[in-house]
Design a binder for this molecule. Structure first.
Ligand SMILES: [Fe+2]
Ligand SMILES: [Fe+2]
Length: 294
């Protein structure tokens, strides 16, 4: 029987949370006057811990710190110490490889790619491939021939397993021109790899500090907003702003056939409990009454 039955939850074989662009800082920094990124990350962690069902894993897709210093990684680790879900970190252009690798020794897999901090986690119903395209000391990224060789080889190993690729730089033009200009060189090359491997059902990224979706071949591509400040939605090439829209994260639900992606904002809004209404919806569905307006 097609459709959801009364009382039956959506089938979720794996529930993947994503946080991005936390930009933990120990000084005022460029956007420090706008958002206290430690305070907002703490709230996101609390929110994630309260989710039912709990996510199986949290992907942290780069710019975890603002400057990649030891003290900032130490602050980040303190903030996620209470997270009750395993966290897989990936660096972004604000991170620094050596400090990143030593901060996350206990959380990174034993096997990391040669020359970049990419890796594979095979312990979930969906294969998780972390792709690092950071160029040390620069704000733009690069998907070079070495990345292509590594990613092709990894994906060729398991062509029939549904796969999620997580990375920092999105491999498409977002329309926020000032971010696109410091985006991913070699994005065409990455898009070609994705088109050769249709088992990649979803690619998730960060960097743009906004929720954005597109497709590449048959792969859904999603950008996660920041746990700190967002960027204003301004498509005028000469405009741009940082804004204090609420901290946010994404949830990617895999049902064995496709991903459903939710964007959640974390803020102190008002809440109306709908339990009585929901109980009535279930009762009507169980009785085959559908959902008449009454
Ligand atoms: Fe960022
Ligand atoms: Fe970034």
């Amino acid at each position: 029987m097609d459709g959801l039955q009364a009382g039956s939850p959506i089938l979720v074989l794996v529930l993947i949370a994503q946080i991005s662009d936390c930009h933990i800082r120990d000084s005022i920094g460029m956007f420090g006057g706008l958002v206290d990124t430690s305070e907002t990350l703490a709230r996101v962690v609390e929110h994630l811990n309260g989710l039912n069902p709990a996510p199986d894993v949290v992907l942290a897709t780069g710019d975890l710190t603002d400057d990649g210093t030891e003290i900032q990684y130490s602050m980040f680790l303190d903030l996620v110490a209470g997270l009750e879900i395993p966290l897989l970190p990936l660096p972004g252009n604000h991170d620094v490889w050596d400090a990143f690798r030593s901060a996350f020794t206990d959380r990174l897999p034993d096997t990391i790619a040669e020359g970049h901090c990419s890796y594979v986690v095979d312990s979930h119903p969906v294969r998780l491939v972390g792709l690092d395209t950071l160029i040390p000391g620069r704000h733009d990224g690069l998907f070079h021939e070495g990345h292509e060789e590594w990613l092709d080889a990894v994906l060729q190993m398991e062509p029939d397993r549904p796969t999620l690729v997580f990375t920092h730089f999105p491999p498409f033009t977002s329309g926020l021109t000032f971010m696109d200009l410091s985006g991913l060189d070699g994005a065409d090359r990455l898009r070609s790899v994705l088109k050769r491997h249709p088992q990649v059902k979803l690619l998730v990224a960060g960097h743009i500090h906004r929720p954005i979706q597109t497709t590449i071949g048959s792969t859904l591509v999603s950008v996660c907003p920041s746990t700190g400040n967002q960027l204003g939605l301004e498509l005028d090439p000469m405009s741009g702003s940082a804004v204090d829209e609420p901290p946010a994260y994404q949830l990617h639900c895999w049902d064995g056939d496709c991903f459903v992606t939710h964007t959640a904002t974390v803020w102190e809004g008002r809440r109306m409990d709908l339990s009585d209404f929901i109980a009535d919806v279930h009762r009507r569905a169980a009785a085959g009454e559908g959902s008449p307006r009454s």
